[in-house]
Design a protein around this ligand. Structure first.
Ligand SMILES: Cc1cc2nc3c(=O)[nH]c(=O)nc-3n(C[C@H](O)[C@H](O)[C@H](O)COP(=O)(O)O)c2cc1C
Length: 299
């Protein structure tokens, strides 16, 4: 697979991981240094961090669906200070550029995260996970074009690193949010995050997940993600990072044909931690017959 440039950052290929779906520190414990010599992704995206530490949602946190899963993990993390002190140095041992995903519950919180993370040399790009409410306005940041624009406008002057806005598929019009992000200075958009869903306990009929609802991911959402990637790619000029149920090189090629500059593998990595590498190899083998980014269907 040939090199690609994402917002000025050179990648050896076009396959990223979806934030929160590949714990590189745990994988290193399991696979040792072999993980680094044969790293499955061309850029590594951290799971989302927040300013303060979070426990995450009460269990159960996962439900397997016929074609994917519903998670209600709830962003457990050590908070900014713990992440920078303990996790980032270990994450930075990966042989590919590092993207750090951040989420803030107010614009001030987001600004602190982006400013501090952006100063670290280990970090090549920052992804803004905007699938959360702004406590000041009550609106889901990424579901509302004006909220998204206000957040990115605040961050743009304080961060020299490329900013990726991760779009939620639960917005009424993801293309309008993408245009707002682009207009406010975002360097790329990524999509899709998970779709809201729920599962019931088979005996009690009560919500199965500790967080009541969760995010649906995997092949179940692929067709929806493909449509949104196609629509957003047509709406903006900045690069689009496509994801949602990608489990093969053929799936990846379809997202690129729909307009994605690069793609990410998420849920499939839970089934096979080498999925990123396999998708990349399959994509390379069919690459000669596809034209990424032209919106042509791949057969
Ligand atoms: C268990 C799990 C945890 C996730 N954690 C995050 C996260 O921390 N931040 C984020 O932006 N997206 C998170 N996601 C969403 C994925 O990055 C991705 O956008 C979504 O799952 C769609 O891709 P997929 O169908 O290939 O998994 C998570 C998804 C799963 C399944």
């Amino acid at each position: 697979m040939s090199e690609v440039s994402l917002c000025g950052v050179q990648l050896r290929g076009p396959v990223l991981n979806g934030s929160g779906t590949f714990d590189v520190i745990a994988a290193r414990r399991a696979f040792g240094d072999a993980l680094l010599t044969d790293f499955p992704f061309d850029a590594y995206v951290s799971k989302t961090i927040t300013l303060e530490p979070r426990q995450g949602n009460p269990p159960p946190r996962l439900w397997e669906t016929p074609a994917g899963m519903i998670n209600s993990i709830g962003l457990p993390n050590k908070g900014l200070d713990g992440f920078l002190a303990e996790d980032l140095p270990r994450i930075a041992e990966v042989p590919v550029p590092v993207v750090v995903s951040v989420m803030g519950f107010s614009r001030d919180e987001l600004a602190t995260l982006v400013e501090v993370v952006g100063e670290r040399d280990e970090v090549a790009l920052i992804e803004l996970n905007v699938s959360c409410p702004n406590v000041e306005t009550g609106l889901i940041m990424g579901a509302d074009p004006a909220e998204t624009a206000a957040a990115v406008e605040r961050l743009r002057p304080i961060c020299a690193k490329p900013l990726i806005v991760k779009l939620t598929p639960n917005a009424t019009d993801p293309s309008a949010v993408a245009r707002a992000a682009e207009g406010a200075g975002a360097d790329a958009v990524s999509l899709v995050n998970t779709l809201k869903g729920m599962a019931l306990h088979p005996r009690t009929g009560q919500a199965w997940l500790g967080g009541r609802t969760g995010g649906v991911s995997g092949p179940a959402i692929r067709a929806i993600a493909l449509e949104q990637v196609s629509a957003v790619s047509a709406a903006v000029d900045i690069p689009v990072i496509g994801m949602g149920g990608i489990a093969s090189g053929h799936d990846a090629a379809e997202f690129m044909a729909a307009g994605a500059a690069v793609i990410a593998v998420g849920t499939e990595s839970f089934r096979d931690p080498a999925a990123g590498r396999i998708v990349a190899a399959e994509l390379a083998s069919i690459g000669a017959t596809t034209t990424p980014g032209k919106g042509e269907p791949v057969r």
